[in-house]
Design a protein around this ligand. Structure first.
Ligand code: MG
Length: 360
């Protein structure tokens, strides 16, 4: 596997798949992206030179620090033992042949920051040059590769979701220079063992958007197309040993809450009443706003509207004295005189309350 991985797709594809088929016409078998994996002919992203580096990027207060230069306590080998990568000058380095490393803790949805550098001494080509990888949940690889002036297949270059989605642009820095990935990852969701929602990736490479909310077709893989298979909610992050001494530093993440919508405990308009046309007609009119300005209540198609800065907002009557705003969390109350005409108006909005009085 390792030897083959260093061959270009062209030679490999001819060698393995160029053996001829049955000769029968068959339907095309493109994946949902429209492409098969590792197509040498797939258009390569445009090169964009990133701006001046702002690295290292300090972790925010709620970050889980996975590597800060001191030790590999947060990392394990595939057998659960100590990680076999080395630390040099507060930087961890992949040791060829030592295997992938895995975070000791498991994670679900995360915002991940990783700084990495391909070897300054350029060796190898295509997938054999500065190859490593950041595997979210150990399943989905954001490719680490020296893609600075290094031709490889589009879906395998740096910041690709490997074998599936090329980056939008090639934002690589030179070999040896520190680069960053900022990855927003949403894990796949399963219900009763079946896929309910694919995983999702948004990735910034050196501060430049390279993956825009893409949905992997399944776990990433070399050559194979792997379908989604129910997996635990939380799994370790892993970094790939692909035989090149790629370096990492300043690795941290923020665990994200699931994307649930939290609703207010109390309904906004617990009671909605219909006012008669006569009641509405008495409310319609202008109101002098305390502190200056004019409010207006108007009527149209049997509905009342409250104009704030010229924008009519539909009112929802809770009673003749109290109204909500249809789409905004505001409240309006009226006080009436003995003849049933409003004299005072209170408008509650955004933590403020303003008072108005009926204009003559
Ligand atoms: Mg890789």
């Amino acid at each position: 596997m390792k030897i083959l991985s260093r061959l270009s797709c062209v030679s490999f594809c001819i060698g393995v798949f160029g053996m001829g088929g049955t000769g029968l016409p068959e339907a095309s078998a493109q994946l949902p992206t429209g492409w098969k994996a590792h197509d040498w002919e797939r258009e390569r992203p445009q090169v964009v030179t990133p701006g001046t580096s702002n690295l290292p990027l300090a972790a925010p207060s709620d970050a889980v620090i996975l590597f800060n230069g001191n030790n590999l306590d947060q990392w394990r080998s595939s057998d659960g033992g100590p990680a076999k990568w080395i630390i040099k000058d507060e930087v961890m380095e992949s040791v060829p042949g030592s295997g992938y490393i895995f975070s000791a803790k498991s994670f679900g949805d995360v915002q991940l920051h990783v700084e990495w550098a391909a070897p300054a001494k350029v060796e190898g080509k295509s997938q054999g040059r500065g190859n490593s990888g950041v595997f979210l949940q150990g399943l989905f690889e954001v490719q680490v590769l020296d893609s600075f002036d290094n031709k490889t297949y589009a879906d395998g270059q740096a910041a690709s979701v490997y074998g599936q989605f090329p980056p939008l642009v090639n934002a690589s820095r030179k070999p040896g220079e520190w680069q960053s990935f900022d990855i927003l990852f949403r894990r796949p969701y399963y219900q009763d063992g079946k896929l309910a929602q694919k995983a999702r990736f948004t990735v910034m490479h050196n501060g430049i958007l390279v993956q825009d909310n893409v949905r992997p077709l399944g776990p990433t893989s070399w050559l194979q197309h792997k379908p989604y298979e129910a997996s635990p909610e939380k799994l370790p992050l892993s970094f790939q040993d692909h035989g090149n001494p790629v370096r990492y530093r300043n690795v941290w993440l923020r665990e994200l809450p699931p994307e649930t919508i939290i609703q207010p405990e109390q309904p906004y308009d617990p009671v909605i009443v219909s006012l008669t046309k006569e009641q509405q007609a008495k409310i319609v009119g202008k109101y002098l706003r305390g502190g200056g300005g004019l409010w207006e209540i108007t009527q149209q198609d049997g509905k009342l509207f409250f104009s704030v800065s010229g924008t009519p907002l539909e009112l929802v009557a809770h009673s003749a004295e109290e109204f909500g705003l249809k789409y905004t969390a505001g409240k309006l109350t009226l006080k009436y005189d003995l003849s049933g005409t409003p004299t005072d108006l209170m408008f509650y909005m955004g933590g403020d309350v303003s008072k108005g009085t009926r204009a003559e």
